[in-house]
Design a protein around this ligand. Structure first.
Ligand SMILES: Cc1ncc(COP(=O)(O)O)c(C=O)c1O
Length: 397
């Protein structure tokens, strides 16, 4: 059987592969400490679940408008105005089956074959595959740790060619936790506007920010930027709703219309009762979210301190999301009980096999000198995992 070129070009998700391996070891009775999770370890708040149950009981079991029910669009519009200072009309909002789906739609309607998309690295791996699936060419720009893993206007300018069409921004970032300031975004926006680029701004981690950091949407900085940005967000991370699959895009009407048309032939509307739940998430009490972020912050501080005590490891403090992204270059070239560590991939493999700690090697995000450790797991497990990591590092020769 010959598959289409498109299918053979797709790489399976390395983060899911680590997770699968850890789960398989667990199933064999091995006690694995899993730091590869990309989702909050909290349950969806009760009032959100109840809204879905009520919708189900009320018979909300049919097709809805492709781009989302009016109540959800209203809730999203209010949220964007309240939190981001952005004003949109219902025609500019498209609700999809998760932010991942919103991003997929955006790349599909914005990119022609051979168009270039600027992707700052370290990047979340699905951008790369979605860009390729749209027939576009990812132009990966490696950001620097000294700059807090943030793309500079100079780096952006240098990467632009006559084929460049889109710039991807992800703030707060998975995997680095970098959060762009308003002035950094304004400087990037100026370059993007000058070259006629469309910005896809993935803001799914906006609620997870620490140390007094503010999340800013690039679209809010100037009317011209609003007119050339697709803002992507959703309820997965903020409301512990990863399984419900509700994400959304806010975009100029022409782009939103095209995304809706595409979606109408692929998946139609996102799940009806999940949309009702998302309305409750966006309009209801926010105290569960606030408690979750406080707990993430506690874990983040603990993990950073523990990582800081490991010789050969250094970590830029993440200002957002729920991942630490330590540089492990100082451990490469060494051996653990005779087994060589040439890359962060080797290191991740040894950590899993030798001390049963699951982490994602940086290669999944475009660089093999880092590890990603999620702190969306309880403090007890983080303590134990950090102790195992310290014992492992002590044994390196
Ligand atoms: C940066 C980033 N964007 C988007 C998503 C997708 O979120 P959703 O569950 O809403 O599809 C994720 C999930 O891991 C993510 O890390």
């Amino acid at each position: 059987m010959e598959l289409a070129q498109r299918a053979t070009n797709i790489s399976p998700s390395p983060t899911l592969a680590v997770d699968a391996r850890a789960k398989e070891m667990r199933a064999r009775g091995v006690e694995v400490l899993n730091f590869s999770a990309g989702e909050p370890d909290f349950d969806t708040p009760e009032h959100i679940k109840e809204a879905a149950v009520a919708a189900l009981k009320a018979g909300m079991t049919k097709y809805t408008p492709v781009d989302g029910i009016p109540a959800l669009k209203r809730a999203i519009i209010e949220k964007l105005e309240r939190d981001n200072g952005l004003r949109y009309t219902p025609q500019e909002i498209v609700v999809s089956a998760g932010a991942k789906h919103s991003l997929y739609n955006a790349f599909q309607v914005l990119c022609d074959e051979g168009d270039e998309v600027i992707l700052p690295a370290p990047y979340w791996v699905s951008y790369l595959e979605q860009i390729k699936l749209a027939g576009a060419v990812p132009r990966i720009v490696m950001t620097r740790e000294e700059n807090g893993f943030k793309l500079t206007p100079e780096e952006l300018e240098e990467s632009i060619t006559p084929r460049t069409r889109v710039l991807v921004l992800n703030t707060p970032s998975n995997p680095t936790g970098a959060v762009y300031t308003a002035s950094e975004l304004a400087a990037l926006g100026e370059v993007a506007l000058r070259h006629g680029l469309v910005v896809i701004s993935d803001e799914i981690y906006e609620k997870m920010v620490y140390d007094g950091t503010n999340h800013v949407s690039i679209a809010s900085l100037a009317p011209e930027l609003r007119a050339s940005t697709v803002v992507v967000n959703g309820v997965s991370k903020a409301y512990s709703m990863t399984g419900w699959r509700i994400g959304y895009a806010a975009a100029p009407a022409e782009i939103a219309r095209a995304m809706t048309a595409l979606q109408s032939h692929a998946t139609s509307n996102p799940t009806s009762i999940a949309q009702a739940a998302a309305v409750a998430a966006l309009t209801g009490p926010q105290d569960a979210l606030e408690a979750m972020v406080r707990e993430f912050d506690r874990r983040r501080r603990y993990m950073l301190e523990a990582l800081g005590e490991l010789p050969g490891v250094r970590c830029v403090p993440p200002a957002g999301a729920f991942y630490a992204f330590p540089n492990v270059k100082g451990l490469l070239g060494r051996t653990y009980r005779g087994r060589p560590i040439a890359s962060a991939t080797d290191l991740a493999q040894l950590l899993l096999e030798e001390v049963q700690v699951a982490v994602v090697p940086g290669v999944a995000f475009g660089t093999d000198e880092y590890l990603r450790l999620s702190y969306a797991t309880d403090l007890e497990r983080i303590r134990e995992g950090m102790a195992r990591l310290a014992a492992f590092v002590k044994e390196l020769r």
